[in-house]
Write a protein that binds this ligand. Structure first.
Ligand SMILES: Cc1cc2nc3c(=O)[nH]c(=O)nc-3n(C[C@H](O)[C@H](O)[C@H](O)COP(=O)(O)OP(=O)(O)OC[C@H]3O[C@@H](n4cnc5c(N)ncnc54)[C@H](O)[C@@H]3O)c2cc1C
Length: 461
């Protein structure tokens, strides 16, 4: 049997619907334009695709949803493999494990786990792909309890450059298992992951929006609460310039708004009242400052968390940036609002501060080469090049924010939060980069997947 018997069709070329399907990306500002592309639905198809690429000496890139298409070097040649592996999510309730084929999105895991009283370390949007998020660390709305989401991965299966299917975990090639989680990619095509789940009885989740005119006292109160917040609470604060489009409540599109959203969860029914008290402490302090425009916080189950943040559901073009911040002093808060707040002229639709600390800061011996985040807050800001706003305007503003926040910039990043391939990023020290490079040289000696390596994640540059 040759490759094409397994693959059903040969690789697709530009102009065909199969090519369009395999190259579709969420970030429309960073389209993928490989010479050839293929959507793979079984492990055998992955193996056949990799073998054929090796035979024809094609460089190979891999993606799932293309949420991070702007964060990696452009896909502009070779073969792009899109993973859409069949099978669906399997939940092992006894071991609290989800087995997840590559191509799965977080919404699918949450839906499968919630009926069992279990939750997954997902981020803000249901449509983000599980594999790319986990390989890049994963900053979850449960993260102050679970740490980086990649720490919850218990096994990874991948097809390597020689076409072999490898299963790696704490006992089987632990160096590869570690390097895959935070190492920056370029090891092969992941076909499945196993992720540890955790019990959640109820969550208190939602978002409250105010006019950005009240941004200063709201930001100070949120920051003060965050300093001593309990670990069952993970929140974010966003300054948003929402466009008047269908789906956006008119009150939120009338001018810049400030939003505080997130999760306070109870692992058991006995902890529900304490979680409600924890949430009331934060929200009470904020609501006393000014009347909200919209307030959606409510007690619900784990599936409700994915509704709270209200990320765009459909692909959009966006240009953005990410920094990790040491602290949010009064000066830092002032600097942040001066470049993204009311009257700043910011073209960013959203400028986010994610609360870190708690378990994010704890090195996890079961994690990968990136197993903690040494920063108090993560900044992410982005906007679409629409109407009068150009790509250059957005890039210039990203730089302006960088300059303003430089005194509090750790100089490091979390790979899953990086938004621009050509903006500075670093998440590993030089010794760890060298160790990861040694694993790559062993697993992919000819560099078949070298184009997939995140900028800064290899000593080769
Ligand atoms: C609306 C939105 C909300 C987000 N929210 C969060 C959040 O809350 N927390 C957070 O941490 N991040 C968040 N992100 C960022 C997101 O985690 C990253 O973009 C992540 O890379 C998405 O993974 P993906 O597989 O969907 O993306 P893709 O762009 O498809 O993949 C990204 C990279 O992962 C690798 N990869 C993907 N699939 C495979 C595979 N099968 N085998 C080998 N390598 C593979 C490749 O190197 C690829 O370049 C968000 C992004 C968006 C656009």
């Amino acid at each position: 049997m040759n490759q094409h018997d397994v693959l059903q069709e040969p690789f697709a070329a530009p102009g065909s619907p199969e090519y369009d399907e395999a190259t579709a990306v969420f970030n429309l500002a960073a389209p993928a334009r490989p010479n050839e592309a293929v959507t793979v639905r079984t492990v055998d198809e992955v193996r056949a695709a990799v073998r054929e690429a090796t035979e024809r000496d094609l460089p190979v890139r891999v993606h799932t949803t293309g949420h991070a298409s702007g964060a990696r070097p452009p896909v502009d040649r070779g073969l792009l493999i899109r993973t859409r592996i069949d099978g669906g999510v399997e939940i092992d309730t006894e071991r609290r494990l989800a087995r997840v084929p590559a191509g799965t999105t977080w919404g699918e895991i949450v839906a499968a786990a919630a009926p069992h009283g279990l939750a997954a370390p997902h981020g803000s949007a249901a449509h983000v792909g599980v594999v790319g998020y986990l390989l890049g660390g994963g900053v979850s709305f449960y993260g102050r309890h679970t740490g980086l989401a990649a720490n919850s991965v218990r096994a990874i299966e991948l097809v390597t450059a020689d076409g072999a299917l490898v299963r790696t975990d704490a006992d089987n090639d632990p160096e590869l298992f570690q390097a895959l989680r935070g190492g920056g990619g370029g090891f092969g095509v992941v076909t499945a992951v196993e992720v540890e789940l955790f019990p959640v009885a109820k969550v208190f989740t939602g978002a409250t929006y105010w006019s950005a005119a009240h941004a200063r006292p709201l930001l100070a109160a949120w920051r003060d609460w965050a300093r001593n917040a309990p670990r069952n609470a993970t929140t974010s604060l966003r300054v948003m310039n929402l466009p008047p489009v269908p789906g956006v409540p008119p009150a939120l599109a009338a001018g810049p708004v400030l939003c505080v959203d997130g999760v306070v969860f109870a692992a058991t029914p006995e902890e529900v009242s304490a979680a409600q008290r924890d949430a009331a402490e934060l929200l009470g302090a904020l609501r006393a400052i000014a009347e909200p425009l919209l307030d959606t916080w409510a007690l619900t189950d784990a599936a409700g968390v994915l509704e709270a943040h209200m990320d765009p559901a459909d692909p959009v073009p966006f240009i953005g940036d990410h920094l990790l911040l040491t602290e949010l002093s009064d000066e830092a808060a002032e600097a942040f609002l001066a470049v993204v707040g009311e009257g700043s002229g910011s073209p960013l639709v959203v400028a986010t501060l994610r609360q870190l600390g708690g378990a994010f800061a704890d090195p996890d011996p079961r994690g990968g080469v990136l197993n903690q985040v040494d920063a108090a807050f993560a900044y992410m800001g982005s906007g679409p090049p629409f109407g009068p706003v150009t790509v250059e305007d957005l890039e210039a503003h990203c730089l302006k924010v960088r300059v303003a926040l430089e005194p509090w910039n750790t100089g490091t990043t979390v790979p899953s939060l990086v938004e621009g391939a050509d903006r500075p990023q670093r998440h590993l020290d030089a010794d760890t980069v060298a160790a990861v490079d040694r694993v790559r040289a062993r697993i992919d000696p000819r560099g078949r997947f070298a184009g997939d390596i995140a900028p800064g994640a290899t000593a080769a540059g």
